[in-house]
Design a binder for this molecule. Sequence first.
Ligand code: PEP
Ligand code: MG
Length: 754
Amino acid sequence: MLEPLRRIIQSVNKAASLEDAVDIIVSEVKKAVAADACSVYLTDADSREHLLQATDGLYAEAVGQVRLPLHRGLIGWVAERAEVVNLDDANHHPRYLYVEQTGEERFRAFLGVPIIQNRKVLGVLVLRQHDACRFSDDTVTFVMTLAAQLAAAIVLARNTGELDRLRRHDGLSNRYLVGLAASPGIAFGTAYVVFASADLDAVPDKPVQDIEADIAAFRSALAEVADDISGLAERVGGSLREEDRALFDAWRLMLQSESLVDDTITRIRAGNWVQGALRETIAEHIALFDRMDDDYLRERASDVRDLGRQVLMRLQKLDVPEAHYPPSTVLIGDEISAMQIADVPRESLAGIVSSGGSNSSHIAILARGMGVPAAMGVAEYRVSQIEGQELIVDGYRGRVYVAPSVVIRDEYDRLAADDRELSEELNALRGLPSETTDGHKLRLYLNTGLVSEQRPLGIEESSGVGLYRTELPFLVRDRFPGENTQMQIYQQVLENFMPRPVTIRTLDIGGDKPLNYFPVEESNPFLGWRGIRLTRDHPELFITQVRAILRAAIGLDNLRLLLPMITTVDEVDDALLLIQRAADELEDEGHDIAMPPVGVMIEVPAAVYQADALARRVSFMSVGTNDLTQYLLAVDRNNPHVATLYDDLHPAVLRALMSVVAGARVYGREVSVCGEMAGNPLAAPLLLGIGVDSLSMGVGSLLPVKGVIRSISRARARELLRVALQCETGLEVRRVLTDALDEIGLGGLVRPGR
Ligand code: PEP
Ligand code: MG
């Protein structure tokens, strides 16, 4: 049964319209299970009816004519119960509703299977048999399996048909495509579809003819791409913020990386021609990043892929077609790269819509940094249909309106005017202290390390770096980076932020961030060998990193060390001994080492319950709410199927945070929050009320969070916390907080309008 299942899904996926899709479904399913009739009813929630959309076996004239009331008949019964109904003789069932137009009186057996997406019934697939007999278990499970997969294809086909009609009739619409809210704001613009011009996957392997000539061609292609990047950096650099410009440096580093250059040359020498060798090298890198569950690191794969394409284009001597971007460009594509974003003049870039990616993907982080509204994971349409269409992107809700109606446009014009007013108010906060109306200071720090920062990021607005993630240099190489290499990297960030403190986290590798040169087979990587667990078992790695960090800080005096994934006090004791050993070694070698404050990350429930025991051992604690939420709620933070369950405002997370602060206070330790929650303006009053001492966040969140802090008193924050703690769901907490932001006139930070 697997083959017909796959074939049907594939044909439906290719259908040009909803009508085509359901026609394929009814005829193919009828054939596959040898039924006498197969029909699809689609549910229209607005008119509260089920419409007969297609049939093979009932009277064809009934299609598009028969409309059954939402809760009537067997179709209504299947839909309202959202369950399979298998009857040997439908005509005697109390819910049976005779409909003359269909000719159903000829049939007796009935099988109704709901078509469901995201818990919503989209329609009902019905099989009929002339004889009175129950459908076999095999048939039932086949149709259920099929229906479960058809829902997404039906939505895609419906949108494809609608967009096509829009294009042909120039119509206007109130409907929108649904995605994930990735970067707040509202964009109006013209769709500009981006796609890859050089196709790496299409490059075949061929024997190399002239090894040296191929190597020379490869080197000159690399040099040309490096020149392109420099040109681009010069052209758009001025209009980008410091932090966005750092991306160019990351690309340059990648282009020069040993793993890209040497691996390709080795492959050429081994006999593959230059294009094939490049494809192999790039594929290997992409596979490494693709395997990562962590969204933002997985996004590095698109950078590698994009650089690979650029080099290939040079090798193939394809000219980069000159892009003519509309004055308000909404970049849209299946997979948009950072390079493609940077190619659009900043003043023309209005919005970004991507079929792939998620809220924490690299492109989303870049869009937030640039202040460009973005929606990710908008997959229910075909990119090819959208070029040149007028779009509105609602980055607060992840909605994309195609050819919007006048009503929608007017509404969004009004909301955008409110947004502009709010952002002017926020800009006026630059340089002002992060302080409540009753004078309580809450320090704001930056999270960095995502790209190789060559320049200081958002220094003026932050108190320093609250979380420097050190994984990147380990991920982009083909072996562990040596002590000196690491030292240079750490030194740069410490110097950039001097005298502000920089909290460097030791390696949090493993689990969702595997190294290709250190493979670990695990059936449950998130519960496996990651963070401190791995480095504790490999003291040589830990000591090398700590030596590099301590050496980097010599003479700067602004280092703080942070240990990730702490679950037991033994891990801390061991790590502290190793840190002391590294410092002693360096002293013996004649270095003048200052011991930095050492802190632990609280991201495992066990650490919450032992916060006091941990606090006794260290100088500070930093709560990683991304992992803590995932482990408390048992929800994989990167899995789209459970994305709606992942909620860092869940009451359990709030209670955990309170326990951490209480535990830390026993020994007078400071508590910071460095997960994504810290950058959410909605969460700021709660974190203030809970009594955390500082927040660490992406650069784009600094002003919005500061805006909230400066508009609220600590007493009010505590009152809000008290109310939030009475809530039993994350949704209720969210409501309380949204109302609170509205009260201080900042509701516009988390939704369109004021
Ligand atoms: C966290 O878990 O909240 C955190 C800050 O660490 P990371 O996102 O790097 O796992
Ligand atoms: Mg973490």
